[in-house]
Every structure is written in structure tokens, then in C-alpha cells.
Design a protein around this ligand. Structure first.
Ligand SMILES: C[S@@+](CC[C@H](N)C(=O)[O-])C[C@H]1O[C@@H](n2cnc3c(N)ncnc32)[C@H](O)[C@@H]1O
Length: 214
């Protein structure tokens, strides 16, 4: 387990509170609608699915969803939800080891995990997606924008441009967590070698991007 995975294991039971922030509800409603449309009829490989919040949305329109995460405790929460009509399969899997996940997929969905990938590791992450899904597969990425007053402040920025936050769980345990907030230009440049046709939608609190693997 990485320290990031430790943090999400310890946070699993309280994770969904992040989706209750009142100021983000309009954006979230819009994102649910966008995502339903993007995955309609698709066989989706969901990377770092966590507690299944977006899995639930995708299962309403996709052909099938395979929801993966490195942390079994988050998938235990996800398994407790009801899904449908698409079949949903859960697999414990590292986002950097997707070759271990069986199935045929048209689309990868990465919700709120892109921000946890070091910028230097993005090419390796995309190469893994390419190896697993193949050329022409669609990649959908959804993540946070940094919004002062709503986001946890950035506590440290490295020379490579990666940013970290200091996060505290309900019981007081504290963790330093990698959390990057790419701009559209950074995302476009980070995927350029591996993907074509990047499309970026920016909402007040979130961004959603799509691209197609080369
Ligand atoms: C911010 S949460 C996102 C969860 C979910 N996708 C969502 O949007 O609600 C990040 C997730 O990444 C998972 N994770 C951390 N490291 C991972 C890795 N190397 N491979 C796969 N999942 C990982 C954590 O367990 C956690 O569930």
C-alpha cells in the first residue's frame, strides 16, 4: 500500500461527505448528466472507483462497468450500493497495473484520481491505459478545480510542480496528500504524446476532460 492508499483506506467510511458540500451541488448535477451521456452504451473500465459514487451514475446508461480500486475498504463501501441496469463488477487493482483486470472496454473513466498522479508519472499511467484498452479508446477524466474557501489549501509545491494538501480525518489523523490542479493547457500538454482530440469542460468547482488514445 502507498501512503495515498493508506489515507483512502482510513477515509473510506467518511469519503462521501465530500459530495455533500452545498456550493458544489449545481456542478455535480451537471456532471452526472454529462457522464451519463458520455458512457451511454459503453463498456467502462473505472480506475480508482473508490466508494462507487460515479459508478452508480455510469451504470444507469453504460453497457457494463468494471470498477477497480487499489483499496479493498473503498470497494467494500461501493459494493453496498445498488446499481443498474448495467452490470457492475468490482476488482481490486492498481491504476498502474490494469493488465490484471479482465474484460473488454471501450472507455476508461478516471474520477478524482488524475490529481493524485505525479505529473512525471502521467505518461506511465496513460501507457498503462493504452496497453489495456488499445488505440481509439475514449478516456474520461473528472477532477477538482482549486477554489479558495472550498478546497483544502495547498501546503507544499515541489520543483516539479506537484502540489500537496494536509488533510485531517474526523478522528484527527493527518496525512499529506498529493493533489494536483491542472489547467486545460497542462492537461492538453500532458496527454499530447498518448492521446488525440482533448476536450475540456470547466465548471466552477470541477473540470471534465476527454481524449482518445492514439
Ligand atoms: C479521490 S478518491 C476517488 C474515488 C472515486 N473515483 C470518486 O470519484 O469518488 C481516489 C481513489 O484512488 C484510490 N487509489 C489510490 N491509489 C491508487 C492506485 N495506485 N490504484 C488504484 N486506486 C488507487 C483510493 O483508494 C481512492 O478510492
Amino acid at each position: 500500500m502507498t501512503r495515498l492508499a493508506d489515507y483512502y483506506r482510513d477515509r473510506a467510511a467518511e469519503y462521501d461527505a465530500v459530495y455533500a458540500k452545498p456550493e458544489r451541488q449545481d456542478d455535480l448535477a451537471r456532471l452526472h448528466g454529462m457522464l451519463r451521456g458520455l458512457v451511454a452504451g459503453q463498456r467502462v473500465l473505472e480506475v480508482a472507483a473508490g466508494t462507487g459514487y460515479w459508478t452508480h451514475t455510469m451504470a444507469t446508461s453504460a453497457a457494463a462497468v468494471t470498477a477497480t480500486d487499489l483499496v479493498p475498504e473503498t470497494l467494500d463501501v461501493a459494493r453496498a450500493r445498488a446499481y443498474g441496469p448495467a452490470p457492475v463488477t468490482f476488482r481490486t487493482a492498481d491504476a498502474f497495473g490494469l493488465d490484471q483486470v479482465p474484460g473488454d472496454f471501450d472507455t476508461a473513466f478516471i474520477g478524482f484520481f488524475w490529481s493524485h498522479v505525479l505529473r512525471a508519472d502521467v505518461p506511465r499511467f496513460l501507457a498503462g491505459l493504452h496497453d489495456r484498452l488499445g488505440s481509439g479508446a475514449r478516456v474520461i477524466v473528472l477532477d477538482n478545480r482549486y477554489v479558495p474557501g472550498s478546497s483544502t489549501p495547498v501546503s507544499r509545491t515541489t520543483d516539479a510542480g506537484d502540489t500537496y494538501q494536509r488533510r485531517t480525518l474526523n478522528d484527527g489523523r493527518s496525512y499529506e496528500v498529493l493533489k494536483n490542479f491542472p489547467t486545460e493547457d497542462q492537461f492538453t500538454s500532458d496527454v499530447a504524446a498518448s492521446a488525440v482530440d482533448p476536450q475540456w469542460t470547466q465548471l466552477p468547482y470541477f473540470w471534465l476532460a476527454t481524449c482518445t488514445l492514439r
